[in-house]
Design a binder for this molecule. Sequence first.
Ligand code: GAL
Length: 704
Amino acid sequence: GEKARGEPPRLQHLALRHRHHPPRPRGPDRGRREATYNPDQWLDSPGVIDEDFRLLPLAHMNSWSLGIFAWAALEPEPGVYRFEWMEQILDRAAADGIAIILATPSGSKPAWLSQAHPEVCRVNAWQGPRLPHGGRHNHCPSSRVYREAVTRIDTELARRFGRHPAVRLWHLSNEYNGECRCPNCLARFRDWLKDRYGSLEALNAAWWNAFWGHQYTDWEQIHPFDYCHDGMILDWRRFVTDLTVDFMLVEKAAVRAHSDQPVTTNMMGHFPGLDYWRLAPHLDLISNDCYPGFSGLADETATMVGAAFDGDLMRCLGNGRPWLLMESTPAQLNWAQDFRLKRPGVHRREMRVQIGCGADGTCYFQWRKGRGGGEKYHGAVVDHAGHDTRVFAEVAEHGQDLTALTPILGSGVAAPVALLEDWQMRWGLETANLPPKQPVDKGYMDEVRAWYRALRTRAVSLDLLPGHGDPSPYRMVVVPMGYQISEDLGQRLISFVDQGGILLTTYLTGHCDAHNRCHLGGFPGAGLDGLLGIRVEEMDGLPPDQTVTIRCGDGLPGLPGLPATALARAYCEILRCSADTEVLAHYDSEFYAGSPVLTRRRHGAGWAYHLAARCEQAFLDALVDSLVASHDLPALCPQRPEAGLWFQERSDGQRRFLFVHNATTQPRQVQLAPGPWRDLISGQAVSEHWVLPGIGTRVLEAQP
Ligand code: GAL
C-alpha cells in the first residue's frame, strides 16, 4: 500500500514530522515465533516428529515454516504426489494451535526434473556450460518447463492445503537470487529492452553507444557481457530483478488461485543482486533472514549496525509496517569463519534488536539439526543432543519474554530522519569504471552504513529511503554518495529543502542520470548545484594509505562541537562556492588546502549541507551530534549515549516503547529523557538514570 500520511501525531517528547503508521488489526503474521521445519528429513525416523510436537510449546514457539526444500518428498516421480506426511503434520498443527508458514519448494528442484529437462538448470557464464543438477537456487527463471513444473507443484500444494486451518502464510520459494545467461534469458532481456526503450536509437543514446563505436543496428546484436557499457550492465541487473519478480508472480498466482492467505518471501537484507524495492510491493508481508554472527565477546557495535541496518530496511520496504524475521540462528553459524558460541544473553539481545527495527516475529533457521548434509552443524533450536541445552533454554526464555512484549505488536517507528539508500546508486557506482577497483561499489555501502551508525548511535530513529521515495515527511535527509540523481529526484530534494527540510549530501553526489550518463555543467547535477551553492570542479582520489587534513572552526562560522581537525580519505572534491554559501570546514593539506570541504546554504525555509570528502567515523558522529543540536532534531535520549549503547523506539501514535541494548561486554550508564518509564517485562517503574550490564537489553514503555 501507499505510505499512510496524515496529521503528524503529537508524541509526548517528540514533536516531529514523520510517517505515521496506524496500528493494523492483529493478523496471522503477528507475534510469530517460528522455525524452519524439515520433517521431510525425518520421515523414516520414528518418534522424531512426535517429539517435535512435544517440544515446540516447550520452546515457547507457535509456528513452523514447512516444506521449503521438500519438492522431492512431495513429488518423488513426475506427477506422483506424496502429500500424506504433510497433511498429517498440518492436521496435528491445527489441533495443537500451531500456525504453519507453507513454503513453495521451487528453491530446490528434484533430480528427475533436471535429468529429463536439462534446460531447467542455469547457465551462469555467458554461453558457458549449463550447470549440472545440484545445490539449490539453481533454476533458469525463464525456462518454460521449469515454470510449468513449479506451477504444478505449487498448485497441488495450494489446492490441497491453501485453505487448511493451520496454514497462515505462504513462503514463496527461498531467498530468490542469481541469474541465468541461457539463450532464453537473453531473448527475454532483449524484449525487456524493447519495452523500455522502444527503439534502438533511444537505446543507443541511453547507453552512450557511440563510445568505441558500439551502436547497435539490430536487437540481436545485444549481448549483456559487454562490460565497456556501464549503462548496459546496469540495465542487465534491473532486468534480473524484473525477471525474478516475474517468476515470483507465477508462484504467487499459483497459490492465490486456491488460497487467501498472505504471501511473503524471505529476503537477505542488503543483498547486492536484487533491488528489493521492486519485489516488496508484491508481498503482503516483508520477511528477512539475518545472521549477524554476534558472539558477545567484544564491542559488537559494528555487528549491531549491520543487523539493524537490514532490519530497518525491511520495515521501510513494507512502508513502515511490521515485518517478520524469518530466519536467524539461536546458536552458531556453520558457514562463518569461526564457530564462536553466542554468550548467554546474546541471543535475546539479537532478537530484540530486530523487534526494535519493527519485526513482529522472530524465527529461526532451523528447528532441528539434521544428521547429514551441508547444514548439520548449523545452529538450531533442537540440537543433535536433544533439547536439554542452554540454547533451547534461551530460545524458550525469549519466547516467554515475547508474551510480555505483546503490546508492541503492530506498532511502527516514527523516524525524523531518512537516509537515502538505493540499489540503483549502488549498481551505478559498481558498474562505473572509476577508481578504486576495490571495493567495486567504491565504498558506497560502507559509507551509507557509516552515516547509519552516526545517526543510530546518537539515538536518532531513521528510515531508509529509496531514490523514488518521498522526502517530505522527514526533518532531515542524508544522501551519502548519491551518485545517480535524476531530474525528478533533484526536484524532490529541492522542494524538500524549500519547505524547511535539512539536506546533507556528500562527495560523489549528482554525477549521473538513471542511465549512468554524467550530468553536464558541473557536479552535482539535476539542480543540486544551485541548491547547495557549490560546484565540484575536480575530485582527488587518494590511495588507501593517504589522508588529507581538514580543519573546522578556525574563524569560520562552524557548527558547535566539531573537532578542530579531522582526516579525509579516498575522495576529496574541490569545490567552488556561491557567495551565499557558508564554509564550515576546509582542507588543511594538499594543494587545495584552504578550499571548502563542508558547506551549507540556506534555501527557502531549509538548509542544504554538503560534505565534500570521505571522513572518519568520529567526524561523522560529531557532525551528526552537531546537526541534532543545531536543528533541534528529535533523538531518543538527551545526549549522545555512551559508546556501545543502542536505542530504538516503536510507537503506535499513543504508546511508546523504548529499546536499550548494550553492544559491549561492559556496563554502560543509561540516561533517558524525562519519564516516567516502566520495564515492559518486569512491569517495574524505571528511573531515568541506571546501569545496563554488558550484553544487556531492556524494553521500556513511556508512561503517559
Ligand atoms: C539461509 C537459507 C537457509 C539456510 C540458512 C543457513 O540463507 O535460506 O535455508 O541455508 O541460510 O544460515
